[in-house]
Design a protein. Sequence first.
Length: 281
Amino acid sequence: MNNLTNYHSHTSFCDGKAPMEAFIAEAVRQGFTSYGVSSHAPLPFRTRWTIDDREQTGLYLQEFARLKRLYGDRIELYVGLEIDYMDEDQQPANDYFQSLPLDYRIGSVHLLHSTQGEIVDIDTKPEVFREHVRLHLGGDLKRVVLAYFDKLMRMIGRGGFDFIGHADKISYNVSCCEPNILGQQWYKDKISEYFTFIAEKGAMIEVNTKTLHRNGFLYPNKEHFGLIRTLGIPVVVNSDAHLPELINSGRPEALRLLKASGIGAVWQLERGVWTEVPIGE
């Protein structure tokens, strides 16, 4: 299969498990045509999983520039950030993130606010997620799901990103809490509203393959591929790798599933421009 690209990976500047150079060297070794690094952008508070601050962001960009000089004759290299939508101040379209010399931006939601204003991480292991819902989010799983998608839709309305990261990442955790929830009519209605809004805004989504081998889930769920095809939403396929050896994990399977669902092309960066490319055999 061709389409050997990836634009979602996390290095040791955030929660990745290896230096940036290790990811790029592995992409060269595997014969990738293009590769992008996309560490988690800094938040207004310190976390274990984001770049610490603006100073560290500068060092991140400097290291990428060094590696592009070193490897750029063998592979197209791109630098981005995965930027959380928190509120109108902390979001991909704000002046700071728009001013950075990035090749692309990923817009994502990993955090919700509780009714008491607490910041709650929902991108956790299922057992932790279950406790967060019980202790901090009122115990109402439906309300949490609706709040998550509504927050994503606010982000999409503001723009400032190139594609939406793991477009329904909450789906695995909520299905672990309530196994039949993804088939309930209210959930299907919200998904339809969400993807219709994405199509209306002309946004691109990623099919995120990070946990396909671990838990069998793609984000968005492969059950939505038909709707995505019908709505004509452009798709980029990424592995969300945190280890160099996983930069292509799940991507060949995702490409086959997309093609089987009638989505015959994906989007890739070619010479700095997002380009629609047929899915290979």
